[in-house]
Design a protein around this ligand. Sequence first.
Ligand code: BGC
Length: 883
Amino acid sequence: MHSPEFAWFSQTFRIAVLAAVGVLAAFGQQAPHGLKVEYLENPMGIDVARPRFSWQLGHDQRGQKQTAYQILVSTSPEVKTGDLWDSGRVESTQSVHVVYNGKPLASAQTCYWKVRWWDSAGKPSPYSEAARFEMGLLNPKDWKGTWITGGGQLRKEFVIKGAPTRARVYIAGLGYYELRINGRKVGDHVLDPGWTTYPRRVLYVTYDVTSYLRQGPNAVAVMLGQGKFDGRVLLFQLNIDTQGGEKRLEIASDTSWRVHPGPIVSDSVYDGETYDARLETPGWDMPGFSDAAWKPATAAEAPKGELSAQMMPPIRVVDTILPLKMTSPKPGVYVFDMGQNFSGWVRLRVRGPRGTEVRLRHAELLYDDGTLNVENLRTARATDVYYLRGDPNGEVYEPRFTYHGFRYVEVSGYPGTPKPGDVMGAVVNSDVAATGGFAASKPILNEIQRLVYWGTRSNLHSIPTDCNQRDERMGWMADAHLAAESAIYNFDMAAFYTNFLRNIRDVQASDGTVTDTVPHVWGRRPADPAWGAAYPLMAWYMYLYYGDRRILEQHYEGIKAWTDFLKSRAEDGIVRYYYYGDWVPIERTPGPLVSTFYYCWSADITARAALILGKTDEAEEYLKLAASIRQAFHREFFNPATGSYANGTQTASLLPLYLNIVPDNLRSAIQSDLIGDIVYRNNTHLTTGIVGTKYLLPFLTRVGRSDLAYELATQTTYPSWGYMISRGATTLWELWQEKTGPSMNSHNHPMFGSIGAWLYSALAGINPDAGAPGFERIRFEPQVVRDLQWVSGSIQTARGEVSCAWRREEQKLRIEITVPVGSEAELRIPKLGRDVVTITESGKPVWNKSAFQSGVPGVTGAKEEKQAVLIQTGSGRYVFEMQ
Ligand code: BGC
């Protein structure tokens, strides 16, 4: 019940809101917001010569559209004029990826920018607030220092004569670095920089360190870990401007730096870190520290790769977890259950005698007696060891240069009994923004969403990894592309995948081959065709979901070369080589069928990309190639005697159906076989490996069997996602089987997580449209199936929020959708097998017994289809009800 005060308040509030809306109407549109440059907010240190700008225009305006924009880019923070670039008024609906077209940008240049827009009535908005971006070091000669090495700790002191007004650090420290200035850690990145193919590329990171420096003596200090580089080297550049315009001071890495081993006795991503706090050198990161006993740094061989700006969300401690419970399976041994499999480490609080050795072992599993089962980590020791310095006030330790995939941690050697808060989980992964939300009335779907969410994020460590725990954690390419759409629905993956695609290009050889893992450590060259498919597919997803045409431009030649390589290996249109095929299935499918499927798809994507880029001759060439592969596929794998493809597994039937390889006259027979195999032979279970699983639910949905897809999705007996959940999974397993032991059975492997995308695309019905990619056109096709009562899904796209929520109400279906300004949508309202009488929007009739009723703002059309009523809208929030 509202109190009278509340009623008064809300009344006043409403009047105020109405007044504000009135003011807006009188003065035009709201200013753009959410300004981004190359997918990043106010990025520091980018090395794209012609960066792209994006902005958002809100979502609650019916049928509103941008008709023109103006961008100003300036050297001054106020952006009074566009002294670097004034786009002028450009008639365009484009609000995403507008390419900078002003004066050439110099190394380290700071740029400020603003944008305004004109709406459909031709009214201009005010300018947005100013945003900024800053260029990195664009020329190799900007780097004055040399690569140095010599120890885990490196330091340099220097004096700044005037007050510092602007200071930037550019740092490439391999494998990992931690930068400290005057006693403070700079920034909040961990496990930085991202892992690349170092002989081809090394990422450097830019920091604004103005506030860390002061007039007088200063010290910079760097800790180095091995990471995936297997060594410790540093390239460092600090440029300082001071008041009074004195000559710029440049501090760079050279052999005048002093080095010392430091307290990190050993560090390995897989084995863990040993930290001896007795070896700390207090004050080493401050000026005035006596480093007489330290050695001079030695020159290191440069890692050779091109220096590139790191332009993606860094790895951070993104969350902390309080353990669910502590047990003590043996005296002095404590096992903590974090309740969740995740990536990261333990933040340990401890007090005890100097030199006490505390050991932290990490595992995904326990034995029945409550002790740690580390067998499936294989050779990864996943053990952190901390030797206390003996501080009577207690000490806190967390490792720097390792991470673990775990749910359980065993603490031994702890002085006394740990109390709540002494052992905390630090969640560590690439800090991609969580931009999706999905929930449904069926609890198991929310559990699956949770598995996908944690499985995805815990496998983002500057590259997408296969797993987070054992001696592997590689950028296995099939795992990456099979989980990519799920990742994209749940997180902002644009900058992360932009980087990964460049990593893929970095491993590509002149014969077009790519490798099973990127960077290439495990697996082979050439990649299994299903693994190498990550190159065309992930580039395509960047186009489809983020509207990124530049990615296609940059990678077109590479994708084409990969397709051409497959062609060179094909015999009569069939690619026979494979290593893994439809990996870890219940029923095996012949590898050549899977390889040829991806060969066909690579040719398709090459053709599509050629078309988009205006290369019509090549588009035609690859379309022909794809058509010939389709024929070859059918000739080779279809067996007229059995009426099925190859050995008739679900994957063998599904893949040719999915890519329209099956001739029209056989379609329904193959489809019935597939469905029969699922329903009758396997009692509504899938038998697919990672490849088949990715396409099975989307295919069933596409052909009107979302009910069956839903049954598979909500299945709880083996093999199914529900089975994993019923066995206590908190992330996706590597295998459908519940396995433990020293073999291949990771309990956090995102590759079966493809179902995550299906939750959004089918149940919440949110789909991009290749004809107007990046959600400029949205296809809402919610599947109102079986016992599902309601679903709610939303994603943040480059244009703003897109959401769809539906609910069954008595005799009614209610659907709410959100379409950002700058987008349009098609909503397919399912008829649920009964005659629809009316569809209303916020109470007003839109469609009535097969006729569109005009007059609802923003709704531009409606027509009856076989299974649904198709409604066309512009931007806005809409509430449709179907009766
Ligand atoms: C990895 C994978 C990978 C596979 C290749 C495994 O060891 O963990 O997920 O795709 O090898 O077959």
